[in-house]
Structures are given as structure tokens and as C-alpha cells.
Design a protein around this ligand. Structure first.
Ligand code: ADP
Length: 485
């Protein structure tokens, strides 16, 4: 870890431009998932500190909400420049607390920078409308104003970029924020406070809390001054937050779980499909909501695909994210390992065959072998539950109609992927797949310029793109009369 990473590792709350402890003085430990060692502490805040942060954000909104889009865009360009400048220490901090390979951590910091730059540009394009009036002597105007105080809650798998997707559009729109990063990976979240302060955002515009998720979440979802909840995490917690937010009718954006199918048709380019399979399955050790959960491979190329996929997966090196050439780090905690083990035991009991891996890695701790299971069937847990680990179950299928039905047989609808060389099938299958994000002959599809979000129980709203900023704006209609004529 460089000196700058150590400087960026802030262990306090950030409220109204001040670094402070929890009122009780209580702290929680944060561990490195690769070694299991404690790397620092965080303040264990609750309801009182949360209320204070909301009041600070509200006070800041009174002036920040009226800044010009040009001023906000300038601060955001500065923020972008600071992320680019501090890329390496931010990436190191991320690998330290999250475990992902340093190359992936750098990629995540680059993604954060891109989201901020994109929204710096979008800040100046929140155009309204003038609608032809049905009445003489009147003008009808539509404007977009910032929603107000936004509460943002984020998970541990992308502790930097999941916040970029929320901080970017919120600040661009003129909103202020109260943020709660995940307890497992708080430092990449807290680093945003320093970055925003250095970029010139005023006190109170960005507040960051750590501590009891339920106490902080309880106040964020019920306080009348909070106008919007934006959440990325599990479907269960998302539903809870939506329920809690209903009492004060807050706007909500929810990026929840996924159960991505990856379909390989007989006419697919096999090498391309294997490359996409590796990227979409094993990135972040399988711990992303757009990671493939179910592979469906058509009978004609099934065995060939499996052979090539096993060979490519065998080449993935497992180890500490700080080691050169490592493609897969540890899982986030021992509970994640136990979930994966239980799913595999169940699959094997139901006739699945382990084609590769299947066990904890010799490195110990929470390292797990990249795993492939063939002969997967709809009664196995992979079919319905998120794996969130490096396990690739392969289902065999015969017809297009059959695979579409199976691919859609889930409560989730975030990302899906399919490989084909047939243009007609590309459009036909895309139309029928009930997913918000569709990769055709591509296994990595996330970009700041396109809308990211899910259908069904995968969420509400979109992040990134021109659609992403609309989530942080209220639409107002002005009917101006007495204009004669
Ligand atoms: P994961 O399974 O990825 O850990 P969670 O949905 O449990 O996903 O966590 C995502 C974020 O939601 C984290 O910041 C976590 O602390 C927070 N969280 C968990 N439970 C609650 C809750 N009851 N209220 C508010 N936030 C919560």
C-alpha cells in the first residue's frame, strides 16, 4: 500500500464537511478478505448521526440546489481529474478491502471516473420542454429541478463505482447526499468524501455514514427531508427499503439481484462465446449482479463448448489481488463460501457432474476454485438463486423456444447474454428475453453511456446514460396565463 492509499483510508464519519466519530465512540473492525487480518476500524453510527447528516444535507441543498449547471459541471470535472490522479492509491485501497485483483480494481476506478465525467457533461443537458398550449394567451413550460436530499446505500462488490453511479447524477442534478457504503468495504466509499471535498463541493453536500445498517437505513427511509432512496444490493433488502420508504412516498431507484442466463446457440462463434463466458462468469470471483448464473448450451455444440470452457477456466490463477497475474481473488467472507458449497452439494446430489474445481482452494481462507458443473437441471438451486461465486452450471437445451422459456423462468430480469450468428434470431430472442440488459455476442456490457437496470424483481429505474440523471430530477409543469393574444 502506498502512502497515499494510507492517507485515503479514513476511519471516521463525514458529516457537514467534518470527520467525526460515532457519538457513542463505538467502532467496528474491517478485515482484508485475502488474509482475514483487521485493516482498520470504522465508526459505528446509528440513528442520531444519521439525522444530523440528513439535516446537514438539507441545509446544503438550500444553496447547492440553486447553483448553475456550469458551476456543478466544473466541480465534477475537478472530481474526475482527482480520481484519475489518485487512480493507483484508490485501486490499492479497493483491493485491500474487497479482494479483487488489482487490474480489476483499476478498471473499477476508471469506471468511477467515467461516470463522473459523463454526468459532468449531462449536468448541462437537463433540458425541459415548451408544449403547444391548447389555450390562447398561455404558455406551457416543463422544467426539471433536483429532487432534494438523496440517500444512497451501496454494496461491497463494487464499493467505488456503485457510488459513482449515484453521486454523479445526484450532484450533477443539484441534489445533496447522505451515503451509507457497505460495512465490509467502507473505505472506498469514505474516500469519496475526501475526493468531493478536494473538488470543491460545499460542506453538507456529501455526507457519509458507517455503522448499523438497519438503524441508519431506518432513518434514511423514514425521514421526511429525504426525498429519494437509491439502493444497490440484494432484492430482500431492496424490498424492505421500498416498504419503509412507502410511508413517506419517497422516490426510489433500486438495483437489485440478478440471475443472468448465458445462451450459446449452435451457430455461435465458439471461441468468442468462451471468452465472453469467462469474463461474465469469473469477474470479481463471480460476485457481480450481472455475472452469469446459468449457462444454456445447445446440444449440437454442447460438448465442444464444455471442453473449451473447462480449458480456459483451468488457466485462471487464484490468489491475492495484489499478486501479478491473478485472475481471481478470495470471496468476500466465509458465509459466501458456505453458500457456494451448499449449492454444489445439492447439485451433485441431484445428478450434476463437477467438470472442474468444486472445492475450497488450497490457499485456504475464503479462496474457492473456479468451478464448472455440467448436467444442470431446473430443480437445482442455481436455477432460482444467485450464486455470487465462481461456479458455472451448464444446462443443455435443444430448441430456441425451450431456452427462452427457461431463461425467463426467474423472478429476476437484470442482465442476460446470448451468442448467435443469425441476425433474425438476434432480434427475435432479444425481444422475448425479459431482461433490462442484453449482451449479444458480448459478455461485458457495462458502460456509463448506456442505461443499466433490471426488469421484474431486479429493480426500478436506470443508472448511467441520459436516463440516469432523470432519476434525480422532478418534473414541473408551469401554466403561464394572461399573455393576451
Ligand atoms: P449483499 O448481499 O450484497 O451484502 P445487502 O443487500 O445485504 O447485499 O447489502 C447492501 C447494502 O445494504 C449494504 O450497504 C448493507 O449494509 C445495506 N443494508 C443491509 N441491510 C439493511 C437494512 N436493513 N437497512 C438499510 N441498509 C441495509
Amino acid at each position: 500500500m502506498s502512502d497515499l492509499s494510507t492517507q485515503l483510508l479514513r476511519q471516521k464519519l463525514y458529516i457537514d464537511g467534518e470527520w467525526c466519530d460515532a457519538d457513542s465512540g463505538s467502532t467496528l473492525d474491517v478485515t482484508d478478505p485475502a488474509s482475514g487480518k483487521v485493516i482498520g476500524t470504522i465508526a459505528n453510527a446509528g440513528a442520531i448521526e444519521t439525522t444530523r447528516a440528513i439535516e446537514a444535507a438539507h441545509a446544503a441543498f438550500r444553496s447547492f440546489g440553486y447553483t448553475t449547471s456550469e458551476d456543478r459541471a466544473a466541480m465534477m470535472r475537478k472530481l474526475h481529474a482527482l480520481i484519475v490522479e489518485r487512480r493507483e492509491p484508490l485501486a490499492q485501497l479497493l483491493t485491500l478491502e474487497q479482494g479483487k485483483p488489482l487490474a480489476e480494481a483499476r478498471g473499477e476506478i476508471d469506471m468511477s471516473a467515467k461516470y463522473i465525467l459523463w454526468f459532468a457533461e449531462e449536468a448541462r443537458r437537463t433540458y425541459g420542454d415548451i408544449i403547444p398550449s391548447p389555450w390562447r394567451g398561455r404558455q406551457i413550460l416543463v422544467t426539471h429541478d433536483p429532487v432534494g436530499v438523496v440517500a444512497a446505500i451501496t454494496p461491497w462488490n463494487f464499493p467505488s463505482s456503485m457510488l459513482a453511479r449515484k453521486i454523479g447524477p445526484a450532484l450533477a442534478a443539484g441534489c445533496t447526499l447522505v451515503i451509507k457504503p457497505a460495512t465490509q468495504t467502507p473505505y472506498s466509499g469514505l474516500a469519496w468524501a475526501q475526493l468531493c471535498e478536494d473538488a470543491g463541493f460545499p460542506n453538507g453536500s456529501v455526507n457519509i455514514l458507517t455503522g448499523s445498517a438497519s438503524a441508519i437505513g431506518g432513518v434514511l427511509t423514514s425521514h421526511p427531508l429525504v426525498r429519494k432512496i437509491t439502493f444497490t444490493g440484494s432484492t430482500d433488502v431492496g424490498k424492505l427499503l421500498m416498504t419503509q420508504a412507502a410511508a413517506t412516498v419517497k422516490k426510489v431507484s433500486m438495483e437489485l439481484g440478478g440471475n443472468a442466463p448465458f445462451i450459446v446457440f449452435d451457430d455461435a462463434n465458439l471461441d468468442r462465446a468462451v471468452e465472453g463466458a469467462i469474463a461474465s462468469k469469473y469477474r470479481n470471483s463471480g460476485q457481480t449482479c450481472v455475472c452469469t448464473n446459468r449457462f444454456y448450451v445447445q446440444s449440437g455444440i454442447h460438448d465442444q463448448f464444455v471442453a473449451k470452457f473447462v480449458e480456459a477456466t483451468r488457466a485462471l490463477r487464484v490468489g491475492s489481488g495484489f499478486e501479478d497475474g491473478v485472475a481471481q481473488g478470495p470471496l468476500i467472507d466465509s458465509k459466501a463460501v458456505e453458500t457456494v458449497e451448499a449449492m454444489l452439494a445439492d447439485a451433485v446430489a441431484k445428478g450434476g457432474e463437477i467438470a472442474l474445481g468444486g472445492k475450497r482452494h488450497a490457499l485456504g481462507g475464503t479462496f474457492f476454485q473456479p468451478t464448472i458443473v455440467t448436467g444442470a437441471t431446473p430443480d437445482m438451486p442455481f436455477a432460482s438463486d444467485e450464486i455470487f461465486g465462481p461456479v458455472a452450471p451448464i444446462f443443455r437445451f435443444d430448441t430456441e423456444a425451450e431456452v427462452i422459456e427457461q431463461a425467463n423462468a426467474t423472478e429476476y430480469g437484470l442482465a442476460c447474454y446470448f451468442y448467435t450468428a443469425d441476425l433474425g434470431r438476434t432480434f427475435r430472442v432479444s425481444r422475448r428475453l425479459e431482461y433490462g440488459i442484453i449482451g449479444v455476442n458480448e459478455g461485458l456490457v457495462t458502460t456509463e453511456v448506456a442505461p443499466f437496470g433490471g426488469l421484474k424483481q431486479s429493480g426500478v429505474g436506470r443508472e448511467g446514460s441520459k436516463y440516469g440523471i432523470a432519476e434525480y430530477l422532478e418534473t414541473k409543469y408551469l401554466s403561464i396565463g394572461g399573455l393576451n393574444g
